[in-house]
Ligand binder design. Structure first.
Ligand SMILES: O=C(O)COP(=O)(O)O
Ligand SMILES: [Mg+2]
Length: 229
Protein backbone atom coordinates (compact mmCIF):
# COMPACT_ATOMS: atom_id res chain seq x y z
CA UNK A 1 0.00 0.00 0.00
CA UNK A 2 1.38 3.40 -0.95
CA UNK A 3 1.23 6.14 1.62
CA UNK A 4 1.84 9.86 1.11
CA UNK A 5 2.35 11.60 4.45
CA UNK A 6 4.46 14.62 3.50
CA UNK A 7 3.50 16.21 0.15
CA UNK A 8 4.19 13.18 -2.03
CA UNK A 9 6.36 13.11 -5.14
CA UNK A 10 4.31 13.56 -8.31
CA UNK A 11 5.80 12.33 -11.60
CA UNK A 12 4.33 13.39 -14.96
CA UNK A 13 4.37 11.95 -18.43
CA UNK A 14 5.14 14.60 -21.08
CA UNK A 15 3.65 14.07 -24.59
CA UNK A 16 -0.15 14.15 -24.45
CA UNK A 17 -0.08 14.95 -20.71
CA UNK A 18 1.64 18.27 -20.01
CA UNK A 19 2.06 19.22 -23.67
CA UNK A 20 0.19 18.77 -26.92
CA UNK A 21 3.29 17.95 -28.99
CA UNK A 22 1.64 15.87 -31.73
CA UNK A 23 1.67 18.78 -34.26
CA UNK A 24 5.48 19.07 -33.99
CA UNK A 25 6.00 15.30 -34.10
CA UNK A 26 3.66 15.13 -37.12
CA UNK A 27 5.53 17.93 -38.95
CA UNK A 28 8.91 16.34 -38.19
CA UNK A 29 7.79 12.88 -39.38
CA UNK A 30 6.47 14.40 -42.60
CA UNK A 31 9.71 16.35 -43.14
CA UNK A 32 11.59 13.02 -43.13
CA UNK A 33 8.96 11.34 -45.36
CA UNK A 34 9.25 14.21 -47.85
CA UNK A 35 12.98 13.47 -48.29
CA UNK A 36 12.00 9.91 -49.27
CA UNK A 37 9.22 11.18 -51.57
CA UNK A 38 6.57 9.52 -49.42
CA UNK A 39 3.13 11.14 -49.09
CA UNK A 40 2.54 12.89 -45.74
CA UNK A 41 0.65 11.16 -42.92
CA UNK A 42 -2.27 12.89 -41.22
CA UNK A 43 -2.06 14.42 -37.76
CA UNK A 44 -4.52 11.80 -36.45
CA UNK A 45 -2.35 8.98 -37.79
CA UNK A 46 0.86 10.31 -36.25
CA UNK A 47 -0.88 11.13 -32.95
CA UNK A 48 -2.00 7.50 -32.73
CA UNK A 49 1.66 6.38 -33.12
CA UNK A 50 2.90 8.40 -30.08
CA UNK A 51 3.46 6.91 -26.65
CA UNK A 52 6.09 4.19 -26.99
CA UNK A 53 9.04 6.39 -27.96
CA UNK A 54 10.81 7.12 -31.25
CA UNK A 55 11.70 3.53 -32.28
CA UNK A 56 8.08 2.41 -32.02
CA UNK A 57 6.84 5.61 -33.69
CA UNK A 58 9.00 4.80 -36.73
CA UNK A 59 8.03 1.12 -36.79
CA UNK A 60 4.45 2.36 -37.04
CA UNK A 61 5.31 4.97 -39.70
CA UNK A 62 7.07 2.24 -41.73
CA UNK A 63 4.01 -0.03 -41.45
CA UNK A 64 1.71 2.80 -42.56
CA UNK A 65 3.81 3.96 -45.52
CA UNK A 66 5.31 0.74 -46.91
CA UNK A 67 8.88 2.03 -46.40
CA UNK A 68 11.36 -0.87 -46.07
CA UNK A 69 11.87 -2.15 -42.52
CA UNK A 70 15.66 -2.04 -43.07
CA UNK A 71 15.43 1.75 -43.38
CA UNK A 72 14.31 2.07 -39.73
CA UNK A 73 17.71 3.03 -38.32
CA UNK A 74 18.40 5.71 -40.94
CA UNK A 75 14.87 7.11 -40.67
CA UNK A 76 15.20 7.41 -36.88
CA UNK A 77 18.61 9.09 -37.27
CA UNK A 78 17.20 11.54 -39.80
CA UNK A 79 14.19 12.22 -37.54
CA UNK A 80 16.40 12.83 -34.50
CA UNK A 81 18.44 15.55 -36.28
CA UNK A 82 15.19 17.52 -36.60
CA UNK A 83 13.34 16.42 -33.45
CA UNK A 84 15.57 18.06 -30.85
CA UNK A 85 14.29 21.58 -31.54
CA UNK A 86 10.74 20.76 -32.67
CA UNK A 87 8.95 23.15 -30.31
CA UNK A 88 7.20 25.72 -32.54
CA UNK A 89 3.85 23.91 -32.86
CA UNK A 90 3.73 22.47 -29.32
CA UNK A 91 1.48 23.94 -26.63
CA UNK A 92 1.03 23.35 -22.90
CA UNK A 93 -2.44 22.02 -22.14
CA UNK A 94 -4.64 24.62 -20.40
CA UNK A 95 -3.85 25.26 -16.71
CA UNK A 96 -0.66 23.14 -16.71
CA UNK A 97 1.73 25.96 -15.75
CA UNK A 98 -0.58 27.22 -12.97
CA UNK A 99 -1.10 23.72 -11.55
CA UNK A 100 2.62 22.90 -11.53
CA UNK A 101 3.14 26.17 -9.63
CA UNK A 102 0.48 25.23 -7.06
CA UNK A 103 1.95 21.74 -6.54
CA UNK A 104 5.50 23.12 -6.21
CA UNK A 105 4.29 25.74 -3.70
CA UNK A 106 2.64 22.98 -1.67
CA UNK A 107 6.00 21.20 -1.49
CA UNK A 108 5.40 18.27 -3.83
CA UNK A 109 8.69 17.06 -5.36
CA UNK A 110 7.96 17.01 -9.12
CA UNK A 111 9.42 14.82 -11.86
CA UNK A 112 9.03 13.74 -15.49
CA UNK A 113 9.04 10.19 -16.82
CA UNK A 114 8.63 10.21 -20.60
CA UNK A 115 9.41 7.86 -23.47
CA UNK A 116 10.53 10.92 -25.45
CA UNK A 117 14.33 11.08 -25.74
CA UNK A 118 16.14 13.41 -23.34
CA UNK A 119 17.32 16.01 -25.87
CA UNK A 120 13.89 17.05 -27.17
CA UNK A 121 12.47 16.65 -23.65
CA UNK A 122 14.99 19.14 -22.26
CA UNK A 123 14.47 21.49 -25.23
CA UNK A 124 10.71 21.55 -24.58
CA UNK A 125 11.08 22.07 -20.82
CA UNK A 126 13.45 24.99 -21.49
CA UNK A 127 11.11 26.35 -24.18
CA UNK A 128 8.21 26.46 -21.70
CA UNK A 129 10.50 27.69 -18.87
CA UNK A 130 9.64 24.58 -16.84
CA UNK A 131 13.11 23.03 -16.52
CA UNK A 132 13.64 24.27 -12.96
CA UNK A 133 10.25 22.94 -11.79
CA UNK A 134 11.31 19.29 -12.15
CA UNK A 135 13.91 17.81 -9.82
CA UNK A 136 13.97 14.56 -11.81
CA UNK A 137 13.68 14.01 -15.56
CA UNK A 138 13.87 10.51 -17.06
CA UNK A 139 13.63 10.25 -20.85
CA UNK A 140 13.13 7.37 -23.26
CA UNK A 141 16.88 6.99 -23.73
CA UNK A 142 17.91 7.49 -20.08
CA UNK A 143 17.77 3.75 -19.35
CA UNK A 144 17.80 0.59 -21.49
CA UNK A 145 14.13 0.08 -20.48
CA UNK A 146 11.16 2.24 -21.48
CA UNK A 147 7.60 2.48 -20.17
CA UNK A 148 5.59 0.30 -19.59
CA UNK A 149 8.65 -1.27 -17.92
CA UNK A 150 8.67 0.02 -14.32
CA UNK A 151 12.41 0.87 -14.34
CA UNK A 152 12.17 4.46 -15.69
CA UNK A 153 9.34 5.42 -13.32
CA UNK A 154 11.18 3.84 -10.38
CA UNK A 155 14.27 5.84 -11.37
CA UNK A 156 12.25 9.09 -11.42
CA UNK A 157 10.81 8.46 -7.93
CA UNK A 158 14.23 7.48 -6.67
CA UNK A 159 15.72 10.79 -7.92
CA UNK A 160 12.91 12.55 -6.04
CA UNK A 161 14.03 10.83 -2.84
CA UNK A 162 11.34 8.11 -2.68
CA UNK A 163 12.12 4.50 -1.84
CA UNK A 164 13.04 2.93 -5.21
CA UNK A 165 11.72 -0.50 -4.21
CA UNK A 166 8.35 0.73 -2.93
CA UNK A 167 7.90 4.18 -4.53
CA UNK A 168 5.80 6.63 -2.60
CA UNK A 169 4.03 8.98 -4.95
CA UNK A 170 1.66 9.46 -7.84
CA UNK A 171 2.06 9.13 -11.60
CA UNK A 172 0.10 11.35 -13.99
CA UNK A 173 -0.15 10.30 -17.65
CA UNK A 174 -2.32 9.98 -20.73
CA UNK A 175 -1.64 6.68 -22.44
CA UNK A 176 -1.89 2.93 -22.16
CA UNK A 177 1.92 2.88 -21.74
CA UNK A 178 1.59 5.09 -18.64
CA UNK A 179 -1.30 3.11 -17.16
CA UNK A 180 0.63 -0.16 -17.52
CA UNK A 181 3.81 1.41 -16.21
CA UNK A 182 2.03 2.72 -13.08
CA UNK A 183 0.52 -0.73 -12.52
CA UNK A 184 3.92 -2.38 -12.97
CA UNK A 185 5.46 0.13 -10.56
CA UNK A 186 2.62 -0.19 -8.04
CA UNK A 187 1.86 3.53 -7.80
CA UNK A 188 -1.56 5.23 -8.09
CA UNK A 189 -2.20 6.47 -11.64
CA UNK A 190 -4.06 9.69 -12.46
CA UNK A 191 -5.27 9.57 -16.06
CA UNK A 192 -5.47 12.80 -18.11
CA UNK A 193 -8.26 11.99 -20.56
CA UNK A 194 -7.53 14.64 -23.22
CA UNK A 195 -4.20 13.18 -24.34
CA UNK A 196 -3.26 10.46 -26.82
CA UNK A 197 -4.86 7.33 -25.35
CA UNK A 198 -6.48 4.87 -27.76
CA UNK A 199 -8.80 3.01 -25.39
CA UNK A 200 -11.86 4.23 -23.60
CA UNK A 201 -10.83 5.50 -20.11
CA UNK A 202 -13.18 2.97 -18.51
CA UNK A 203 -11.10 0.19 -20.09
CA UNK A 204 -7.79 1.59 -18.84
CA UNK A 205 -6.19 0.95 -15.48
CA UNK A 206 -6.36 4.16 -13.41
CA UNK A 207 -6.87 5.34 -9.84
CA UNK A 208 -8.67 8.55 -10.82
CA UNK A 209 -9.09 10.59 -13.99
CA UNK A 210 -9.38 14.25 -14.94
CA UNK A 211 -9.82 16.33 -18.08
CA UNK A 212 -8.70 19.75 -16.79
CA UNK A 213 -5.39 20.46 -15.03
CA UNK A 214 -7.19 22.97 -12.80
CA UNK A 215 -8.73 19.91 -11.07
CA UNK A 216 -5.42 18.11 -10.46
CA UNK A 217 -4.32 19.77 -7.17
CA UNK A 218 -7.67 18.80 -5.59
CA UNK A 219 -7.40 15.27 -6.94
CA UNK A 220 -3.89 14.90 -5.53
CA UNK A 221 -5.09 16.14 -2.11
CA UNK A 222 -7.90 13.57 -2.26
CA UNK A 223 -5.50 10.76 -3.11
CA UNK A 224 -3.18 11.79 -0.30
CA UNK A 225 -6.10 11.74 2.15
CA UNK A 226 -7.20 8.28 0.96
CA UNK A 227 -3.62 7.03 1.39
CA UNK A 228 -3.42 8.53 4.91
CA UNK A 229 -6.75 7.03 6.05
O1 LIG B 1 7.45 10.23 -27.34
C1 LIG B 1 6.62 9.32 -27.13
O2 LIG B 1 6.32 8.42 -27.96
C2 LIG B 1 5.88 9.29 -25.84
O3 LIG B 1 6.21 10.31 -24.97
P1 LIG B 1 5.47 10.31 -23.54
O4 LIG B 1 6.01 9.12 -22.80
O5 LIG B 1 5.90 11.64 -22.95
O6 LIG B 1 4.01 10.23 -23.79
MG1 LIG C 1 2.08 10.49 -23.15
Amino acid sequence: MNTCLAPCPVVFDLDGTLIDSAPDIHATVNAVLRIHQIAPLTLDQVRSFIGGGVDLLWRRVIAATGLPAEAHRDLVASFMTRYHDATALTRLYPNVAETLGVLADRGHPLGICTNKPMRPTKALLEHFRLASVFAAVIGGDSLPQRKPDPAPLRAAFSLLGADPVKPLGLYVGDSEFDAECAKNTDVPFLLFTRGYRKSDPSEMHHTARFDDFADLPGLIEQQSEIARA
